[in-house]
Ligand binder design. Structure first.
Ligand code: BTN
Length: 254
């Protein structure tokens, strides 16, 4: 089971470096309440918002949803931690599809970017505290672009609800909606990992589309067929099935 903190258990700060960093600091303080109930952290502005690797996360003040969830002892073995990623990506996929129904196309770009019509609307940064064969805490950072109307010129592939609809949306309402979707997605884990794996692969960006990717050792022509249990991306070429970890393959145009 994965127990989400309740929405009453929320710490909001007008500004911080990064909600993931704040979550990490709070875990180090070993607060009993956090260890028992987990925590929702939200902020209006991050001075050092973090993305994957060395990337930063851009968000103008009070425009978007910036949050980190601390989940205690999720019942998932460390080598299967990608299921947590799947759970969160699917919750975001549902949440964004409710706000932006068809003809918008909402897809998950492996490993865990959320795209609307091929542009990135949300990112997920999961940082797990692992001891031995257990995840003690999972910090799930989510950035969802809501009312951003212009991104820096370096972020050509970014979008927001406002840019897609021309209308402003209330970040607090979206937060509640996302919470419901996260709860639903966490419930899907109760019956095992198969359902969430299958749903995740169904929503994969560029699945089944013959494309030319860039691998570590050169170009790869092939078709994404899905992901492995551990979360590797599977690309089928004319001669073999290749599996890639994070940063080992780049999508065309990204
Ligand atoms: C990515 O796409 O590279 C992941 C982006 C994750 C951004 C969120 S915003 C809230 C939380 N705090 C951070 O510093 N990062 C995550």
């Amino acid at each position: 089971m994965v127990y989400l903190p309740s929405m009453q258990n929320r710490l909001h700060t007008p500004e911080c470096k990064s909600t993931n960093t704040l979550a990490d600091d709070l875990i180090r303080d070993r607060s009993f309440l956090i260890q028992k109930h987990g925590l929702y952290i939200t902020t209006d502005f991050q001075t050092a918002g973090r993305g994957h690797g060395r990337n930063s996360w851009h968000s103008n003040r009070s425009c978007n949803l910036l949050m980190s969830l601390i989940i205690n002892k999720p019942d998932i073995a460390p080598d299967l931690q990608f299921h947590l990623s799947r759970m969160v990506a699917l919750a975001l996929q549902q949440c964004v599809s409710i706000v932006l129904p068809k003809p918008h196309i909402v897809e998950i770009k492996w490993p865990n970017d959320l795209l609307v019509n091929h542009k990135k609307i949300a990112g997920i940064l999961i940082e797990n505290k692992i001891a031995g064969s257990r995840i003690l805490q999972s910090i799930i950072g989510i950035g969802l672009n809501i009312n951003e109307d212009q991104f820096p010129s370096s972020l050509t592939n970014a979008t927001s609800f406002l840019m897609e609809t021309g209308k402003a949306h209330a970040p607090d309402e979206i937060r509640w909606l996302l919470h419901e979707c996260l709860q639903r997605s966490a419930n899907d884990l109760i019956t095992g990992f198969d359902k969430i794996h299958q749903l995740y692969d169904e929503h994969l960006y560029m699945k089944g589309v013959e494309s030319r990717f860039t691998g570590q050792f050169g170009p790869i022509s092939g078709t994404i067929t899905g992901t492995t249990t551990e979360g590797l991306l599977v690309i089928k070429t004319s001669s073999e099935e290749l599996k890639f970890g994070y940063k080992e393959v780049v999508y065309p145009g990204w």
